[in-house]
Design a protein around this ligand. Structure first.
Ligand code: NAD
Length: 256
């Protein structure tokens, strides 16, 4: 379905970004990958699906590096047809203890990076009269939790940004939507489970069950593959007039 198209997925060396990259690759899209850590392994997983990949290691907190990433994507594949703004970080602390540097990093990576990639990707999408912007927000884009002020602020803001861009592109073939996952068992969440086990002196498996029970009525993690299939839906012809939604895949978290 997406043969001949190019998807740029930020933060695709791990977790949800990698799941979305693989789901889009299964539909034939070439993938521009980005993110830190091991690159060769995730890249090989995507290439095994029979598509071409590129990689650029831009730090998504740095606008100048984001510009380089966008130039790299355009020069390597011609154009970005599908932009998935996924790179994100978390920090858990009460607001009065929140390190200023962590606040700035969360806003830069979870929110401002999407402004930069979007402003740079949209002209070519509009010229082609087809494009998909998919922002990975969170259940925390819809409801809050304590000790996550920066994360919740960034995710509510990206939902607002998604809607604004949907309105600006409403009469074109470009759409803008957000995905709002509940708990997904990625390194980002494993850190929170480990911290909980340590602070409460309980086994990691119990911390995992408690974490789910507190927020997620299904008591199940959403998977990167499931989130990838939602991204594929947004890219399908059935998604042509889906504009400005913040679609939760959260086991009932935000329904409470
Ligand atoms: P993860 O830690 O597994 O992956 C994050 C990715 O972003 C990695 O590839 C990492 O290298 C990259 N990254 C981090 N900082 C970066 C930077 N400055 N520049 C470039 N790349 C950077 O986390 P994940 O759980 O897969 O999270 C992906 C997205 O999903 C995030 O936006 C997160 O907020 C969101 N999310 C996660 C969950 C969850 O339960 N895991 C739930 C809701 C939303």
């Amino acid at each position: 379905m997406l043969k001949g198209k190019t998807a740029l997925v930020t933060g695709s060396t791990s977790g949800i970004g990698l799941g979305i990259a693989k789901a889009l690759a299964r539909q034939g899209a070439n993938i521009v990958m980005n993110g830190f850590g091991d690159v060769a392994g995730p890249r090989a997983e995507v290439e095994a699906l029979g598509v071409k990949t590129g990689y650029h290691g831009a730090d998504m907190s740095k606008p100048a590096e984001i510009e380089e990433l966008m130039k790299y994507a355009a020069s390597t594949f011609g154009r970005v047809d599908i932009l998935v703004n996924n790179a994100g970080i978390q920090h858990v602390a009460k607001v009065e203890d929140f390190p200023v540097e962590r606040w700035d990093a969360i806003i830069a990576i979870n929110l401002s990076s999407a402004f930069h990639t979007t402003r740079l990707a949209i002209p070519a999408m509009k010229a082609a009269n087809w494009g998909r912007i998919i922002n990975v927000a969170s259940a925390h884009g819809l409801v809050a939790s304590p000790q996550k002020s920066a994360y919740v602020a960034s995710k509510h803001a990206i939902v607002g940004f998604t809607k604004s861009i949907a309105l600006e592109t409403a009469t074109t073939g470009v759409t803008s939507n957000a995905i709002c996952p509940g708990w997904v068992l990625t390194p980002l969440v494993q850190k929170q489970i480990d911290a909980r086990a340590e602070s409460e002196g309980i086994p990691v498996e119990q911390a995992k069950r408690d974490l789910l029970a507190e927020k997620e009525p299904s008591l199940q993690f959403t998977t990167p593959d499931e989130l990838g299939e939602l991204a594929v839906f947004f890219c399908s012809p059935a998604g042509n007039n889906v504009r400005g939604v913040a679609w939760n895949m959260d086991g009932g978290w935000a329904a409470q």
